[in-house]
Design a protein around this ligand. Structure first.
Ligand code: NAD
Length: 296
C-alpha cells in the first residue's frame, strides 16, 4: 500500500481520495477550503495544514484543482517539498501548455510526472468508474497506473507529457458539439410533430446515435437518469462544459487546427452562460435553442 498526498479535495478530488483510502492506501490531503477538508477527513483522509506538509512523505502526489494556473502554482510550491523519487500526477482538466509546464517543474527537480485528466464526472469519481487519459513517460505511467486504476475503470496511456490533456480537450469538444447537434434535432423534431420518444428510439439505434443522446438525453423521458428529468440540475454544469470548449479553442489557436464547429459550440455555450445558465446542466442548451436564441 502506498502513502499518497491528495491536493484539491473538491467535488471530484474528495471522492477520488476516499476511494484511495477504501483501497487501503494512507492518504494525506490538503484543500484551501477548511470545510472541504473536514468532509474528506470524515472519509478517512488525514488533513495536513499545508500542501507542502501533505506531500512531505508521499510516494505519490495527486492534484485535482480548478485550472492550469492553480496547478502550476501548487506544483511550484510542493515540488521542492516532495520526497525524493515521488511521482506527481495531475488529474485536473487544464490547458496543454500548463500541463507541459507542470511536467517541466517536476523534471527540473528530478521527479517523474503524469498529466491524467478524467472523464466520468462526480458519479464516476464516487463510483471509481472514471476514465483516465494519461500523458508522460512509460516508467512514470507504469508506476501511476495501479493507483489510477483504483479510482477508475479505464486508464489509457495517450503519449508523452500533455497527451492526456490533449485527449481530454478533443473528447470534450466532441461532447459539446454532440449535445448541440442532438438538441437541434429534438427542436426540429418538435416543429415537425415528431415525439421525443420516437426520435430517441430511432436515433439511438441509428447512425445519429452518440453518448450525449443515450446518456445525457436533453429532453425528459427517454433516459430516466438524464438531468432533463431533474430540471437540468447538473450532472455536468454548463460552466465546466464552457471551460473545456474554451480549452479546445485555445489548443486549436495554438496549433493552427481548424475547428469551426468547435468554435461555434464554444460561442453558443458562452451566450447560454452569459444569460445566467452556468450552473445548469449543459444539456439545458436545448431550451436556449428551442427559444431560437442559438440563431444568428
Ligand atoms: P471543485 O471546485 O469542487 O474542487 C477544486 C478544489 O480545489 C476546491 O475544493 C478548492 O478549494 C481547491 N483548491 C483550489 N486551489 C487550491 C490550492 N492552491 N491548494 C489546495 N486546494 C485548492 O472542482 P471539481 O469539480 O472537483 O473539479 C476539479 C477538476 O476536475 C477541474 O479541473 C475540473 O475541470 C475537472 N473535472 C471536473 C468534473 C466534474 O464533473 N466536476 C469532471 C471532469 C473533470
Amino acid at each position: 500500500m502506498a502513502t499518497i498526498a491528495f491536493i484539491g479535495l473538491g467535488n471530484m478530488g474528495g471522492p477520488m481520495a476516499a476511494n484511495l483510502v477504501r483501497a487501503g492506501h494512507v492518504v494525506k490531503g490538503f484543500d484551501l477550503s477548511p470545510e472541504t477538508g473536514r468532509a474528506a477527513k470524515a472519509d478517512g483522509v488525514a488533513i495536513a495544514d499545508s500542501a507542502r506538509e501533505a506531500v512531505a512523505r508521499a510516494e505519490i502526489v495527486v492534484t485535482m484543482l480548478p485550472a492550469g494556473k492553480h496547478v502550476v502554482s501548487v506544483w511550484t510550491d510542493i515540488v521542492p517539498a516532495a520526497a525524493p523519487g515521488a511521482l506527481l500526477v495531475d488529474c485536473s482538466t487544464i490547458d496543454v501548455e500548463s500541463a507541459r509546464r507542470a511536467h517541466i517543474i517536476a523534471s527540473e527537480a528530478g521527479l517523474p510526472a503524469l498529466d491524467a485528466p478524467v472523464s466520468g464526472g462526480t458519479v464516476g469519481a464516487k463510483g471509481a468508474t472514471l476514465t483516465f487519459m494519461v500523458g508522460g513517460a512509460t516508467e512514470a505511467y507504469s508506476r501511476g497506473e495501479p493507483i489510477l486504476a483504483t479510482m477508475g475503470r479505464r486508464v489509457v496511456h495517450c503519449g508523452e507529457a500533455g497527451a492526456g490533456q490533449a485527449a481530454k480537450v478533443c473528447n470534450n469538444m466532441i461532447l459539446g458539439i454532440s449535445m448541440i447537434g442532438i438538441s437541434e434535432a429534438f427542436v426540429l423534431a418538435e416543429k415537425l410533430g415528431l415525439s421525443h420518444q420516437a426520435l430517441f428510439d430511432v436515433v439511438s439505434t441509428s447512425s445519429g446515435s452518440c453518448w450525449a443522446l443515450t446518456t445525457h438525453c436533453p429532453v425528459p423521458g427517454p433516459v430516466p437518469t438524464s438531468a432533463a428529468n431533474n430540471d437540468y440540475k447538473p450532472g455536468f454544469a454548463t460552466d465546466l462544459m464552457l471551460k473545456d470548449l474554451k480549452l479546445s479553442q485555445e489548443a486549436a489557436r495554438a496549433t493552427g487546427a481548424a475547428t469551426p464547429v468547435g468554435a461555434e459550440a464554444a460561442a453558443l455555450y458562452e451566450r447560454f452562460q452569459a444569460e445566467g445558465h452556468g450552473a445548469e446542466d449543459y444539456s439545458a442548451i436545448v431550451r436556449f435553442l428551442r427559444d431560437g436564441k442559438g440563431a444568428g
